[in-house]
Design a protein. Structure first.
Length: 145
């Protein structure tokens, strides 16, 4: 079974009922929650999800803090593995930054990629596939195209 790192945008679309991508993203999350796929989520993606889904400046109809915490608890108690950066992740990240000459805000996408590589995850699921397109080290899949 392939391994997938679910990016923040997939989680947000799954729980943002106003998103045109809600149904597709919800199907991905349900597959992950039902252990139909080997899914991983980076800790930072959960923090980003919470910050965005509860912010009226970022989504049309934000959810309450209580609802967002319920989603986080659901993910935490599921078979989805939450990953955190390790000491080795930093070495991988530094190598990627040098290899691809990455600077500025793009570092955050490369932290995610380094975490995936460090955890032997084969594919990152994201709508932002262009942000990772140059990477040879990992597969990138936009499930919405």
């Amino acid at each position: 079974m392939n391994t997938y790192l679910i990016d923040t945008n997939i989680i947000i679309y799954a729980y943002n009922l106003n998103s045109d991508l809600h149904e597709q993203a919800l199907n991905i999350m349900q597959s992950a929650l039902n252990n139909e796929m080997r899914a991983y989520i980076a800790d930072k993606s959960l923090y980003e999800f919470f910050a965005i889904i509860t912010d009226s400046k970022r989504v049309e109809e934000p959810v309450s803090v209580k609802e967002a915490v319920e989603v986080l608890n659901l993910i935490k108690s599921s078979n989805i593995k939450i990953i955190i950066p390790s000491f080795n992740t930093m070495g991988i990240l530094l190598g990627l930054l040098e290899k691809y000459n990455i600077g500025k805000q793009r570092i955050f996408d490369f932290v995610l990629a380094a975490m995936a590589i460090d955890n032997n995850i084969e594919t990152i699921l994201t709508r932002n596939d262009k942000d990772f397109a140059m990477l040879d080290e990992i597969n990138i899949l936009n499930p919405f195209t």
